[in-house]
Design a protein around this ligand. Sequence first.
Ligand SMILES: [Zn+2]
Length: 412
Amino acid sequence: MESCIERLKDYIENITKITATPNMGCTRFSYSEEDRQVREYLMNEMKALNLSIKVDGVGNIRAKYIDNNEDKPSIMIGSHIDTVANGGKFDGLTGVVTALEVIRIIKENNVSLNNPLELIIFAEEEGSNFGTTMIGSKILTGAYNLEYLKTIKNDIGKTAYEVMKSFGLDVDNLEKSLLKKEEVKAMIELHVEQGGILDTEQIPIGIVQGIAGMKTYKVILNGVSNHAGSTPMKLRKDPMVGAAEIIIHMERVASERAFESTVATVGKIHCKPNGSNVIPGQIEFNVDIRDVEARGMDIVAKELVNKVEEVSRNRGLNYSIDLIGESDAVRLSSNVIDTIQQTALENKYSFKIMHSGAVHDAAMLSGMTDVGMIFVPSIKGLSHCEQELTKFEDIKLGCDLLLSSVIKLASE
Ligand SMILES: [Zn+2]
């Protein structure tokens, strides 16, 4: 049994034609007219397979394939269909069409399974409407609630609640959308890598082990602004050189005192007043710390706080330091990882065990069930742009791996 490359290609090509920006990449926001058309297209395919379809209050589509095992927990597969503005063909959609193909093959071949399969399409993953990502999976798992949907707004000032309601969703009964632990046995999301590792190493499959967490700090250092010519070096309180010391220290700590997977970045910095002949009065910068190991992030964060305090004391600066954003690192299920890996070995697929620097819907479900992810290569690592490209041969291979892994998980 294997997937049909032509069908996968047709799905992706047909759906990509439905875009708000023809010839300028794929633009398909959740709750738009394009979204409505693609939902209709996909739900027709699901109906042809006799799946039982439910759309929840936030717009997640859940379609179940039941053989003779209705009461058992499902093996869930799927991803998202929304895009960023002028995005690519493959982000999200690849995971949806491969899931559909997996269910079709299992049904056509009358494969007998112990568990039902459930195709899931998460709504509003990209954050294109309201600036906050993964709303569908966060509502599904209870991380966001109805009240929150009434506070976030799109560019024209409409709340998420209003937008969903006018799209025809039953958003007032959102609690019915909550996923229950006993409904699902395992979840696998297939996704394009969106980085250049697999393409560079010419490996067609990535098996994801961990998804990096993130801590973002904002640091403000206040010194004394003064004349760059007439102020002797020893009389200065210069926050710029203080910031430089801290930034260098961040690089050293992330590369030497934490883990191989730990990264720290200062990519945003503001200097006041920002004149070449003026000693700055204030420097504000963000420190972005990421790791799949929570302890790696903690080590760097602690060093940051200590160093800011030490540098400010030594240089006579005032400072503030605030944690402005945070997400947890996620370890995916070793059971699911082992199943996927075993399947890849049996089929002699070349693969790499790797981490994901980007967060996905699958990560949201990891607190509730056993979660795994399969990556297929993004050519040159490009994503969220028109040039985004994944070879159909690689998508087919990923789909075949998903198929065999799902059959194993549903047969245990
Ligand atoms: Zn995506």
